[in-house]
Each structure stands twice: as C-alpha cells, then as structure tokens.
Design a binder for this molecule. Sequence first.
Ligand SMILES: [Zn+2]
Length: 66
Amino acid sequence: MVKRFTVDCWECEGHGKYTIGHPNDPSSQENDCLSCHGTGRVVVEDYYNDLAELLEDYPSAKEYEE
Ligand SMILES: [Zn+2]
C-alpha cells in the first residue's frame, strides 16, 4: 500500500532555513528553504508493506500527520 510519510529535507538537512553568504557575515540572510517551505520536512509517498521497510530506505522518516 502507499505510505505517506515525511523525511528530513535533503536541501537544508532538516533545518528549514538556508543562509546566503557566510553565517558570520552580518549581511548574510537567512531564508526559508524552498524545498520544504521552511518546515525542514518534506512529504514523500511510496509503496511499502510496513513501516520497518520504509525506515530501511528512509531512516529519518516519520508517519505523516495531517
Ligand atoms: Zn528544506
């Protein structure tokens, strides 16, 4: 069956933000990650029989909650 779950965003590694410029530079800007819209999590849908199988492929996966 199709499982819907969330994983850490691969763009920002779950931080939800990315920084333009060097983090120590006062003129650098923090922006919401475009891939996860600042949540740090992205929703994935895929076919899995059970959660254990899913976790083998996606160790950071959590069951999606509305
Ligand atoms: Zn992200």
